[in-house]
Design a protein around this ligand. Structure first.
Ligand code: IPE
Ligand code: IPE
Ligand code: MG
Length: 247
């Protein structure tokens, strides 16, 4: 049977072939600021505007799930002042964006070690999650104090406890068992991973989940990333041949 013609919009994007889950490594804020002889924190502030634009754009074009890498387990090793500035910015973002998430029917989710975050940030996360929990237009998932290896270790510990308590047989453990214990349980794997600022690495992001993601690395620094570039990358994604090991 012939399928329907692609629903190409005026921007050339096929709305029927979008990634259900888009993941982004938001990198290059510090270099953006340094190039302008400004403090790195200015780069993070500018980067927050890009976050707003990307969330809005993804919601508008119909991406079901957007995961943004905002703070890694390794980022705790940055200078205290920068970590504090990032946490303050995060809090400000949550307070400011909650209303728009409501209007746009966005459900807020967090992946990562939330227990390591400052109490005031945890409170705002909880408020945002509660306020948006029945929304179903898009899931916005922020990776905060997130590390892919730590996530897998945590899952393995939970599974081991189930085996120890006799709730699960070791030989009954499958890929789905592990998937069910990841922070991303219930979400599809990202089909597309975009990293800004040109670094050719994964930096401990979604190690399990990106097994078959299409990778796209752009030299653009995160604060300079635009809606046009995002749509262009999505179009390139749609033109790729995803073979999944087959011919
Ligand atoms: C990304 O920008 C934001 C975080 C990692 C929190 P960076 O701060 O890593 O910017 P660069 O890579 O130093 O330019
Ligand atoms: C990855 O960026 C983490 C986030 C974007 C939150 P980093 O700037 O921390 O990664 P490296 O140091 O280049 O690997
Ligand atoms: Mg960086």
């Amino acid at each position: 049977m012939k399928s329907n013609p692609p629903s190409l919009d005026s921007d050339g994007l096929d709305r029927s072939a979008l990634p259900a889950h888009l993941a982004m490594i938001m990198d290059g804020n510090g270099r953006w600021a340094q190039k302008k002889l400004m403090n790195r924190v200015k780069g993070h502030e500018q980067g927050a505007d890009t976050v707003r634009m990307v969330v809005r754009t993804c919601r508008e074009i119909g991406i079901a799930c957007l995961t943004l890498y905002a703070f890694s387990t390794e980022n705790w090793q940055r200078p205290k002042t920068e970590v504090a500035a990032l946490m303050a910015l995060l809090k400000k973002f949550l307070v400011a964006e909650r209303a728009e998430m409501q209007v746009n029917n966005i459900r807020f989710h967090v992946i990562g070690e939330q227990e390591r975050l400052p109490a005031d940030v945890r409170d705002e996360i909880q408020r945002t999650r509660d306020a948006t929990k029945t929304n179903n237009g898009m899931v916005l998932s922020l990776a905060l104090s997130y590390g892919g290896r730590a996530e897998i270790v945590r899952a393995v510990r939970e599974i081991a406890a189930d085996v120890q308590n006799g709730r699960l047989r070791a030989d009954a453990i499958t890929e789905d068992t592990l998937i069910g214990h990841l922070y991303t349980a219930g979400m599809p794997d990202p089909e597309l991973l975009i990293r800004t600022s040109g670094e050719m690495r994964i930096s401990n992001f979604l190690l399990w989940q990106i097994a078959y993601a299409e990778l796209f690395i752009t030299p653009t620094l995160w604060p300079d990333f635009t809606r046009e570039e995002l749509i262009d990358i999505l179009k390139q994604y749609q033109a790729r041949d995803r073979r999944f090991g087959r011919v």
